[in-house]
Design a protein around this ligand. Structure first.
Ligand SMILES: [Zn+2]
Length: 125
């Protein structure tokens, strides 16, 4: 066997690491969606209200606070009727879920946060 072929064989047999390299790009870990769905269920349980199924939500995740129609004009979370939620922080999702569930049950998402459910349920564990 020629030395060149021996070198290739040696490299093939001694390659370190396993698995394949990931493709480029930014991906949300699969657990992210699982966690969101669990948080939605916890908010439903806390509010004792049932929203439309989690799967009907359109959730968009932003890297930073994003332009919105409230307060300073930048938000870490926003619910837009009937089923869109934008968030930049995971913890904002529960707050927006409350808006969504209130909207599903009363037709009013309570943008002024008058419902006591915001205090009671957005940080529920
Ligand atoms: Zn709000």
């Amino acid at each position: 066997m020629k030395p060149f072929l021996l070198l290739i064989l040696a490299l093939t047999l001694t390659a370190c690491g396993s698995g394949s390299a990931g493709e480029g790009g930014v991906l949300l870990h699969q657990q992210y969606t699982v966690q969101m769905k669990e948080d939605f269920a916890k908010v439903e349980e806390c509010t004792q209200l049932k929203g439309e199924p989690f799967e009907t939500l359109h959730i968009e995740v932003h890297p930073y606070d994003f332009k919105c129609q409230w307060g300073s004009g930048f938000c870490s979370g926003e619910f837009r009727e009937p089923n869109r939620i934008d968030i930049s922080l995971t913890m904002s999702a529960r707050h927006e879920f409350i808006h969504k569930i209130l909207f599903d049950n009363t037709g009013d998402s309570d943008p002024d946060h008058k419902s006591p459910l915001f205090k009671q349920c957005q940080f529920v564990q």
